[in-house]
Ligand binder design. Sequence first.
Ligand code: NAD
Length: 357
Amino acid sequence: MAKKHILVVPGDGIGQEVTAVGKKVLDKIAEKFGHEFTYDEALIGHVAIEATGEALPEESLNKMRASDAVLFGAVGHPKYDNDPSAKVRPEQGLLKMRKELGLYANLRPIKLFDELLGASSIKPEVLKGADILFFRELTGDIYFGEKGRENNGDTAFDIARYSRFEVERIARKAFEAARTRRKKLCSVDKANVIETSRLWREVIQKIAPEYPDVEVEHQFVDATAMLLIKDPRRFDVVVTANLFGDILTDEASQIAGSMGMLASASIGDGTGVYEPIHGSAHDITGKGVANPLASVLSAALLLDISFGMKEESEAVINAVDQVLKAGFRTGDIADAGTPKDQVLGTEAMGEKVLSYL
Ligand code: NAD
């Protein structure tokens, strides 16, 4: 029996609808496994701006710091998408949250449920059984280094910078995760030409002997981009720098077929944040049709990573698998062959997952 305090931060648009389902799943797990989960809510994004004038009010941040994990939805509102000059913007809340909580590793599991094999544009026989966990470094690299213009604006530069400790801390998280999975770690870099990549590889090689049970390989990023499509099953845990990770995780998201199915975690040394990879989807907000499974799978990730509850996490993933096997779909993952009465709305899909749990 464990006692945990979870902060629910639904944010904007369908974030509200899908996070409500994710929370119900956590509740069910607590009941089923005899844990005591307490909850609080906090504002972020457009809803926070409307209420307080800030995208991430100090009160929300304090609640995040004081909780054991954050279940997050999404931020965004069409109002800002069409007004690039708006000074206070929903996504500032997201960036501030990541910075203030020191979330240096972004984890994205790419797991394809057998029932959705047809939803991907990659051949089913190549995909079947693919199960990859990405660790993308989130606070360094070319995004955060010095940038500017020279030569009357005709020349531009961005400096990529990594320090040993930044590589080491994410590498350790990735090695530890590999230990709990198939014990394979692929470190992705471009060490044949880029100096930060040479440091990256040096650090991985130096700490690898501390994890003798994990098999390590080094791949260049260009080869990895090719191998992800050619043979996704060869990967278990992948660790890489910010820029390479940004690109490779979007590529890999297509392995799983639908945005409504993919969860992610951002972790550091304090509170971890768990969220769907999709945004606030205002085109479907309020219609009750959003796929809540990415939030449900975010809850599964939260249980595994922040609480070390592997069995509980697997129970959630199995329930999702069972629901899909039974033929139930939300609109985004339904196809021409799905009977009408098996196409469910957000709440009904949530209820199905709960019933299988
Ligand atoms: P989006 O992910 O919100 O939506 C893209 C498309 O996928 C839409 O057609 C949407 O209806 C569909 N979709 C997304 N999630 C779905 C779900 N769970 N079920 C069914 N269909 C789903 O991306 P966008 O339209 O580019 O952006 C909308 C807003 O979200 C913008 O304001 C953007 O800034 C914001 N955004 C936020 C995050 C975040 O909070 N992490 C991420 C991406 C975009």
